[in-house]
Structure formats: structure tokens, C-alpha cells
Design a protein. Sequence first.
Length: 339
Amino acid sequence: MLYYLFLFTFFSIIGWVLEVIFRSLNARAFVNPGFLRGPYLPIYGIGALILTSCVAHMQGSNLLIKCLVYLLVTTGLEFITGFIFEGCLNIRLWNYSEKKFRIKNYICLQFSIYWLLLAFAFEYLALPMYLPFLNLLNPVAVDIFAIVVSGVIFADWTVRCAGIIWERKGKRRLLSGDDESEFMDIAGPLIEHPAVQRLAGFGHHRDKTRLDHSVEVAWHSFLLSKRLSLDCDAIVKGALLHDLFFYDWLREGPRLHGFRHPWISLRNAREVTILSKKEEDIIIKHMWPLTIIPPRYMESWVVCLVDTCCTVKDYLSVRQIVWSSQDKRPGVFSWLNQL
Ligand SMILES: [Fe+2]
Ligand SMILES: [Fe+2]
């Protein structure tokens, strides 16, 4: 089993290298292909496993039969993968809409020919080189590599799927239902405030603006506070204003930004609105444990936790250049920006 696991991980990485070269040359910029963040494309690993089995079972078969089987296996794998990704996650990893002789934009004749050639290259070039290469390696190192890398691929896959489902759930709830109007009743006037709108001009985490981040934290804190029967008004207000500072924290601003920005945000927030003790505590303590003194209210704990989760999520979501039908839709937070 470890032998097959190594084959899977090894060719997942080789496939990633091939795709990076192909896509980056086409785009004239580095493109990290696929759905996962790491340097592997499991579809190539699965393809290698299937083709290895075909090679083993088709010794002595004539060229025409091999062509048909390889074509069916590689194009079938491509179709099933495209179908599952679009059907389950609404993500399209590739798009053949501009190619001729295609089926549902998942497969096309041109790439099916490429896969066929690649399948023969796998049989006559890759496999004859792979087997002696495998014999050179320490068997224990091979086993460890296979277990660790497949574990990483599995973890990457789980985190990525969970992130997408979590984000969609949040968006769906925000775009429909009573929660949305209740949230907007509290948050709307504050979001419209020019000082809060100014946050849209500052990047915060990767490609997310500080306004996007603040609204996201406010929204998830609001949902949690409803479940826990907490003070929704205070939590939305505190969360919206928790990062109310006006500098690019990666390039400018005070030293020890992590420790000091809650106080800067509080000072700015006091100029925007009158704050209760609880709302002030939410803002000051959102960076706990950096702020040493722990949050005093349950609402402060919630915002602190949600802020951390949103931040981790933003940094785990490496921006990947993949074609997605989601890209065509206005993001919920840019929708809020337009208020
Ligand atoms: Fe912060
Ligand atoms: Fe934050």
C-alpha cells in the first residue's frame, strides 16, 4: 500500500510541476494550479495509479487498444474531476469553453490528445525511469515520505473544503433571511460612517481590505452572539470598530503595532460614536493574549476568537488563479461596501 501511496504522492508533485510550467508560460506569470495550496495535484497522482495498473494489465496489447484505453482513462478522469468540483463545490478548475470539440467545458479534443501523449510518455519514459529511481531510495525514507506527504495532501484538502463551505454558509446567511436585516439595522449606520468607509482604502490580510475584514468579523460575531444570547448591539459595534486605524500596518504605523493598534482603534472609535464599557473592552481586548489583561465580557471573548479565526482563514487561503464561477458574482462584502 505504501508503494502505491508513494507513487501517488510522487506523481502528484510531478504533475504540479508540469502544470505550473504550462500555465505559467501561458499566463506569463507564476500560476499555482489546482484546488489545493501545496505543490501537488492529486489528479495526476490518481492518473498515475490508474495508468500503472493499465500498463501492468496491457502488456502485449496492440497500439490501437492502448490508445483507446488511455484516452478513455485520462479523459474520463478529467471529466469526472471537473464534474465533481463544479457539482459539489461550484468551482471550475479549468475551462475549455473556447476550445473546439468539447463536452460541458470539462473535456476537449485538444487536451484529450495531450493526455493521450502524456499517458504514452508515462508508460515509455516516466515509469522506466521511476522504477530504478525508486530502487535507489531508502525504503524507510520512501515510506515516511509517502505517509507524510499524503497526510499533508489530506489535511490541505480538508481545510480547503471546510473553508469554502464555511465561507459559502456565511454568505448565504448574510444574503438571505432575517439575520441579515437585523445585522444591517445595527451595522448599517456605522458602515456608512466616513471613518469606517475609509477602511476600504487599506489592505489588511492578503487581498482583503480592512473594511471587508471588520464586516466579516462583525457578521460572524453577530451570528455567534445570537446563538449564545449575548448583546448583539455591543458585539457588532465593537467588532466593526476593532481595527479602526488608518495606516498600512505592514509598511508603516507605530512600532509594536500588534500591541498598540487596539488603543489607536479605540481612540478613533470614540470619535465615531459613543461607546459603552463593553464595546470599549471588545476593541481593546481583541488582540488578547497580546494585551495581557484578558477580556472582561463574554462578547469580548467572542470577537477576539472570531477575529483570530478570520485572520487564520485569510492567511490559509492562498489566492490561486483558477477559473471559478464564483468570481462572476459580486462578493458579499463588496456589496456591503456599496452601501
Ligand atoms: Fe486587530
Ligand atoms: Fe482584526
